[in-house]
Design a protein around this ligand. Sequence first.
Ligand SMILES: [Zn+2]
Length: 104
Amino acid sequence: MTNLDLLGRVAYEAYLQMTGGRSLILGDKLPNWEDQRPDIREAWRAVADAVVMMANIRYERLQNVASEFVDNDACRYDHNDYCQTHYGQKPCHMARLRKLIENE
Ligand SMILES: [Zn+2]
């Protein structure tokens, strides 16, 4: 199962959960993901792909803003796991921002 297939399934199953497992158009009981028609599964994959694309655009915007606030100074944690460089508990906010920018 590809990641897009999984995301399409998650979207479809969210629809099923929201509608009580029925089509909102015809009212018919809908099959589970494996038994759904291939063209309909493909349509749900496209839905998931569009949502992921929008989420990635927002994530990139967040990364760009975050990169303006990140420094390259090493974190130095004391015996209480408090960063003496950036004044935050481990992992300090600067370490978390670096990970966000590096997409980890
Ligand atoms: Zn730090």
